[in-house]
Design a protein around this ligand. Structure first.
Ligand code: ZN
Length: 87
C-alpha cells in the first residue's frame, strides 16, 4: 500500500504555556489549550510519499499540533500514514 511518512523536523516552545504544557497552577494545573499539553508546537514537517518521494511544501499543509493535510490527493486512494517521529 502507498505509504505517507511524516517526520517532524522543527519545533518551538509553546508561547502560551512557555513549554510547560499546562497553566502552571500549583493545584490542579490545566492542560494548555494551545499545545494540548505537549509544551511545544510543530514548525517544520517533512512528508515522504512511497510513490512520489519527498513531497514539496505545496502538496501538504500542517498545523502547530502536527496534523498534516495532504493536498491534491485522490480521496479514493488508500494509503497508510506513518509518523516516523513523535510530536
Ligand atoms: Zn502550551
Amino acid at each position: 500500500m502507498r505509504t505517507i511518512t511524516i517526520r517532524y523536523t522543527a519545533f518551538r516552545a509553546c508561547p502560551n504555556c512557555e513549554g510547560r504544557g499546562d497553566d502552571g497552577a500549583s493545584w490542579r494545573p490545566e492542560e494548555c489549550r494551545r499545545c494540548k499539553g505537549r509544551g511545544r508546537l510543530v514548525t517544520g514537517v517533512e512528508v515522504e510519499d512511497s510513490v512520489d518521494g519527498v513531497l514539496p511544501r505545496s502538496r501538504y499543509d500542517f498545523n502547530a499540533l502536527g496534523e498534516v493535510y495532504l493536498l491534491d490527493f485522490d480521496e479514493d486512494e488508500e494509503f497508510e500514514v506513518v509518523r516516523a517521529t513523535p510530536y
